[in-house]
Design a protein around this ligand. Structure first.
Ligand code: ADP
Ligand code: MG
Length: 585
């Protein structure tokens, strides 16, 4: 469309005003023009917070020789012909006054070339006075350079903040437009250094990474689509809420992380901010604000963008429906991604990392049985043995008071510093392992002798393992004899196994050992496997007395915090963490 000067009546109806208050306003107007021109790439370079230089380069449609001089005339636009067109407007610009306003307060240069032109054109205007219009060699698209902003209006210049503050405003503007247009490649260069860049792939997720960084972007989730369109009383309102919202764990101390767009136009809206903050109510602490990128798709006729000179505020025909839709969308999304219906995620920490490093190192039997227990208590700091450096960390288990059982699997206990969840199986496995090894150390393993020998059929593999472990089985209290070609007679098992039926348990142990077992020696592997298969299971209901006894035995262990397989036996929720989670401090 050709540029034409609007007639007076139309000018009168358009709310005009000062649009350029700071460098960021210049960037906003130039970026909007680039997008209106269909750019696929927008590069913004600034120097000294934009006061010295702002350059916006696009690969859009460019301007013809006839249009270029008009572009800096007031109320000259290619985007609107009459007031009624506003209702179907799909461009950012429509007043035709941005370039004129910028030209009035800066040293402005526009170099442009439309796709069908043999060469480009350069226009220069120094503080409102056009000085040059000449041919220029340039790529298709437009480069607008604004130097010495407000140099002729010292009063305005004095109102500017420090350079890096102005640069931060600019970064927010470019970031916002980049998020609203993921299909356009954006780059911002601040004092010759790239401050942000998006890939223009069309993926909002990629744009989020470009703007917020990977760490923040990883904590943002796409707004869940609604079940149906939201109807109003009069007619169904085709309204779409898209974008990304931060998980409740991602908060900021100000509202800068909340960005709103209407039909991809970046807007400021307190009511929308309130709608979002209410959606996060009770999920984040008072005084903290979420990070959200919300884009509303509204029919152009249902939103008035012409209520504010900078067009940063808009008016909706259906305010309540819009706010309700935004709030519902954010709520719905958070509900999908927040565990347990809005209860803040609680961080339990294992008492010690699953201490595979502190696996038992059992010596060969020739060096005497005591090596086994010494290894067992490595890191334990018991008086009888030399205490390694990490003594205390592994040992010191506080005295715990049992409160109850959860899921017939975990014991809930209270200690001097908060709450403990104990995995009953892992804990019992640890207790039995140490009992068994202590007995082995003393060469006094308790054996449960069976009144009637149990005869079990073994597979070839099980038989091979049995043969392989013959010596260790004997050392740990197993009394097993060959019985025919493929069967054995079990005459006795370690007493720690008394809760289990000896035959099926032995088979399970042989199978575990066949697949490698766990431990640094055969004796250790057999001890761990025996303890594991003898221990009470998850899902088994325990009486308060049984739980107390188990916890007491665990307290007496030399390495109570991990089972023989290295899994933690308990999780700890500290007093401090409790207070933090309930926002008491
Ligand atoms: P508006 O955007 O409201 O029309 P502006 O003063 O921002 O007013 O721009 C005036 C006109 O200059 C636009 O209507 C457009 O035709 C042309 N123009 C400005 N910037 C560009 C650009 N980057 N690429 C192509 N045309 C442009
Ligand atoms: Mg414009």
């Amino acid at each position: 469309m050709r540029i034409q000067v609007l007639d007076e009546a139309t000018i009168g109806k358009i709310a005009a005003g000062e649009v350029i208050e700071r460098p960021a306003s210049v960037v906003k107007e130039l970026v909007e023009n680039a997008l209106d021109a269909g750019a696929r790439s927008v590069v913004v370079e600034i120097e000294a917070g934009g006061c010295e230089c702002i350059r916006v380069r696009d690969d859009g449609a460019g301007m013809s020789a006839a249009d270029l001089p008009l572009a800096i005339e007031r109320h000259a636009t290619s985007k609107l012909r009459q007031f009624e067109d506003l209702a179907s407007l799909r461009t950012f610009g429509f007043r035709g006054e941005a370039l004129a306003s910028i030209a009035a307060v800066s040293d402005l240069e526009i170099v442009t070339r439309p796709v069908d032109a043999a060469h480009g054109l350069r226009l220069r205007s120094v503080f409102g006075r056009r000085t040059t219009l000449e041919p220029a060699a340039t790529a298709v698209g437009t480069v607008v350079t604004v130097r010495d902003l407000f140099a002729n209006v010292p009063a305005r210049r004095r109102f500017l903040r420090q350079e890096n503050t102005e640069a931060a405003y600019i970064q927010r503007v470019v970031g916002a437009y980049a998020l609203a247009h993921p299909e356009v490649r954006f780059e911002l260069v601040v004092d010759r250094r790239t401050a942000l860049v998006t890939d223009g792939s069309g993926s909002l997720e990629n744009a989020l990474v470009g703007i917020f960084g990977a760490e923040v972007a990883a904590q943002m989730v796409p707004i869940a689509p609604p079940d149906e369109l939201l109807p109003t009383q009069a007619e169904p309102l085709p309204l779409q809420v898209c974008g990304y919202v931060g998980l409740p764990t991602l908060t900021r101390s100000n509202r800068q992380g909340m960005l709103f767009f209407v039909n991809r136009r970046w807007i400021e809206s307190r009511p929308l901010g309130v709608a979002v903050e209410q959606a996060y109510h009770s999920l984040i602490m008072a005084g903290r604000y979420p990070v959200v990128v919300v884009d509303l798709e509204v029919p152009p006729g249902r939103v008035d963008v012409n209520v504010h000179p900078t067009k940063r505020e808009v008016r909706f025909a259906d305010e309540r429906a819009v706010f309700h839709a935004v709030q519902a969308a954010v709520r719905r999304t958070l509900a999908l991604h927040t565990p347990a219906q809005g209860i803040p995620a609680v961080t339990f920490s294992p008492l010690s990392p699953p201490s595979l490093q502190r696996r038992l190192v059992l010596a060969d039997p020739s060096r005497g049985a005591s090596a086994g227990l010494r290894a067992l208590s490595q890191g334990a700091g018991e008086e009888r043995f030399p205490a390694p450096e990490e003594a205390g960390t592994e040992r010191a288990l506080p005295v715990l008071r049992v409160l109850g059982q959860l899921h017939s699997t975990y014991i809930i206990a209270e200690g001097p510093d908060g709450m403990y969840l104990i995995d009953q199986h892992a804990a019992h496995e640890r207790v039995l392992l140490e009992q068994l090894m202590t007995q082995y150390e003393r060469a006094a393993v308790d054996v449960q002798v069976l009144l009637e020998p149990l005869v079990v059929e073994l597979t070839a593999t099980q038989l091979a393992v049995l043969e392989d472990y013959r010596e260790e089985l004997g050392q740990l209290g197993y009394r097993v004899e060959p019985f025919g070609r493929s069967a054995v007679a079990i005459r006795g098992v370690p007493a720690v196994m008394h809760r289990r039926s000896p035959n099926t348990t032995l088979l399970a142990i042989l199978d575990e050992l066949a697949s490698g077992g766990r431990g640094s020696s055969r004796l250790e592997a057999l001890a761990i496997s025996t303890a594991c298969h003898s221990a009470i299971r998850a899902g088994q209901e325990l009486s308060l007395g049984e739980m107390r006894e188990l916890v007491r035995q665990l307290e007496a262990c030399t390495a109570p915090r991990a089972c023989g397989h290295g899994r933690p036996t308990m999780l700890h929720l500290s007093q401090q963490e409790l207070e933090r989670q309930f926002a008491r401090r």
